[in-house]
Design a protein around this ligand. Structure first.
Ligand code: NDP
Length: 402
C-alpha cells in the first residue's frame, strides 16, 4: 500500500494514472500533478469512472521549481515520484526527491532546453547522492528506453553468454488521419529525430547525417517498412552495461510524407530552438510549432494500426552462434479503448507504472541511480503481458540485420 505522485498530465501521464489506479492494492493513493491542473482533473475524472479507484487527487505544480516541488511532496508524502513531465524537468524533480527522501522513476533522459543533447551524464552524476540517502532512482522506464533495456537484459540472462550485435527496431505502422502530427510531445520528438544519427561500433560512436542510413525491416504482423538509423538514448546505457556488445544500432520507421513535412519544417526554420523576436516578443519556433500541431494526446480516437518495437540480438551461447528476437506489438485502438490514449503513450505509460510497481514491491531494489537493464528482467516481463503489452520471442532465426 503506497502513495505515489505522478508528475505530467500528457498522454503518458494519462496511461500511468490508469495503470496505477487499476492496482489499488499497490498504489493505494495517487496524486496527479502538472503545470495545468485542469488537464489533471480531466484525466482523473475518467480514471475514477473507469477504474473505481477513488483515492486520486490533482494538484498544480511547476516542476522546474524545486521549492514548489518540495512543498507539494511534503504535503502529500508519497513513497515515490513517477516523472512523466518533459525531460527538462528530470533534474529539478531528482533534486526535490533528494531533499524529501522520495524514490524516483522517469521515462526519458534529461535534456537541457537550449541544446538538443541526449546523454545520461547529468543523471548518472546523481549516483552518489541517491546512494548516500538510501534512495532509488530508475531512469528510462518507458518502452524505448525502458522495455528495450529489459528485453536486452532477458537476452543476456537467458539466451547469451555474450551479446555481440544489438539492433533495436521501432515501427509505428499506425494511421491517425492527419497530414502531419507527432506521436508524443512535438518539441521533444522533433528535437530527437532531426539530430544526427549515431551508432556504436567496436568501442566507438559513429556519427551519420540525419536519416542517412536506412533499410527495409520486416516487422511481425506489419510487413516490410523503411526504417532509419537514428540515435536513441538507451544505446548509451546498454553498451555500458553489456560490454560484450560490438555494435548497437537503433532503427525507427518514418513515412515519406512525414519526412517531407519534417524537411520543410527544418528548412523554413520552424524546428529552431533559439528564440526569435516577433512583434517585440521572444518566440522559440519549435515551441510555437507545438502550439499549432495536433495535440498527440488527441490523436487516439481515429488512430488505427499498431506499433511494433523489439530487440534483435546475435552473439554466442555455449560457444555457438545464436540469434534472438523479442518484441511487442501494440494496437492503437485497443490502447485508446482502455485509456483514451494512443499506442505510443500506452507503450510508454504501461512500463512506467509497472517499473513503479517493481520498486514498491521490492522486486527492483537498490540505492543509487539505475537504468532498467541493471535489474532482474523476469518479474517485470512476467507482468508486462497481463498489464497490456504481451511480448513474443524467437531463437536462432535469420534476423535480416546485416
Ligand atoms: P506531453 O507533452 O503530452 O505531456 C507532458 C506533460 O508535462 C504536460 O501535461 C505538461 O504540462 C507537463 N509539464 C511540462 N512542463 C512542466 C512543468 N514545468 N511542470 C509541470 N508539468 C509540466 O508529453 P507525453 O505525455 O507525450 O510524454 C511524457 C514524457 O514521456 C516525455 O518526457 C517524453 O519524452 C517521454 N516519452 C518516453 C517514451 C519512451 O518510450 N521512453 C516514449 C514517448 C514519450 P502542460 O499540459 O501544461 O503542457
Amino acid at each position: 500500500m503506497s502513495k505515489v505522485l505522478i508528475i505530467g498530465a500528457g498522454g503518458v501521464g494519462r496511461v500511468v494514472t490508469y495503470k496505477c489506479a487499476q492496482q489499488p492494492q499497490v498504489f493505494s493513493e495517487i496524486l496527479l500533478a502538472s503545470r495545468t491542473q485542469s488537464k489533471c482533473d480531466v484525466i482523473v475524472a475518467d480514471v475514477k469512472r473507469d477504474t473505481g479507484h477513488q483515492k486520486i487527487s490533482t494538484a498544480r505544480v511547476d516542476a522546474d521549481n524545486v521549492p514548489e516541488l518540495v512543498q507539494l511532496i511534503r504535503s502529500f508524502q508519497p513513497v515515490m515520484i513517477i516523472n512523466v513531465a518533459l525531460p527538462y524537468q528530470d533534474l529539478t524533480i531528482m533534486d526535490a526527491c533528494l531533499e524529501t527522501g522520495v524514490h524516483y522513476l522517469d521515462t526519458a533522459n534529461y535534456e537541457p532546453k537550449d541544446v538538443a543533447k541526449f546523454e545520461y551524464s547529468w543523471q548518472w552524476a546523481y549516483q552518489d547522492r541517491f546512494r548516500e540517502k538510501g534512495l532509488l532512482a530508475v531512469l528510462g522506464c518507458g518502452f524505448d528506453p525502458g522495455v528495450t533495456g529489459v528485453f536486452t537484459a532477458r537476452a543476456a540472462k537467458h539466451f547469451f553468454d555474450e551479446i555481440h550485435y544489438l539492433d533495436i527496431i521501432d515501427a509505428n505502422a499506425g494511421d491517425h488521419g492527419k497530414a502531419f502530427a507527432t506521436n508524443f510531445n512535438p518539441e521533444i520528438n522533433i528535437r530527437e529525430i532531426t539530430q544526427k544519427g549515431r551508432y556504436y561500433e567496436n568501442g566507438q560512436w559513429v556519427e551519420t547525417e540525419p536519416h542517412e542510413i536506412s533499410k527495409m525491416i520486416n516487422y511481425p504482423d506489419i510487413g516490410p517498412k523503411k526504417s532509419y538509423l537514428i540515435y536513441h538514448e538507451e544505446l548509451e546505457s546498454l553498451v555500458k552495461h553489456f560490454p560484450s556488445i560490438k555494435r548497437a544500432r537503433f532503427w525507427m520507421t518514418f513515412g515519406d510524407e512525414y519526412l517531407t513535412h519534417l524537411r520543410v519544417i527544418q528548412n523554413i526554420g520552424m524546428a529552431g530552438i533559439e528564440p526569435v523576436k516577433f512583434k517585440g516578443v521572444d518566440i522559440v519556433p519549435l515551441e510555437f510549432l507545438k502550439a499549432v500541431l495536433p495535440d498527440p494526446g488527441e490523436l487516439g480516437e481515429n488512430y488505427t494500426g499498431q506499433t511494433s518495437i523489439g530487440c534483435r540480438a546475435s552473439g554466442l551461447k555455449d560457444g555457438k552462434a545464436r540469434t534472438y528476437y523479442i518484441w511487442n506489438n501494440c494496437s492503437h485502438q485497443a490502447a485508446y479503448q482502455e485509456t483514451g490514449a494512443q499506442g505510443v503513450s500506452y507503450t510508454t505509460g504501461v512500463p512506467a507504472a509497472l517499473g513503479a510497481k517493481m520498486m514498491l514491491t521490492g522486486k527492483w531494489s537498490g540505492k543509487g541511480v539505475f537504468n532498467v537493464e541493471q535489474f532482474n528482467p523476469d518479474p517485470f516481463l512476467d507482468e508486462l503481458g497481463p498489464q497490456g503489452l504481451p511480448w513474443h520471442e524467437q531463437v536462432d532465426i535469420n534476423l535480416e540485420m546485416d
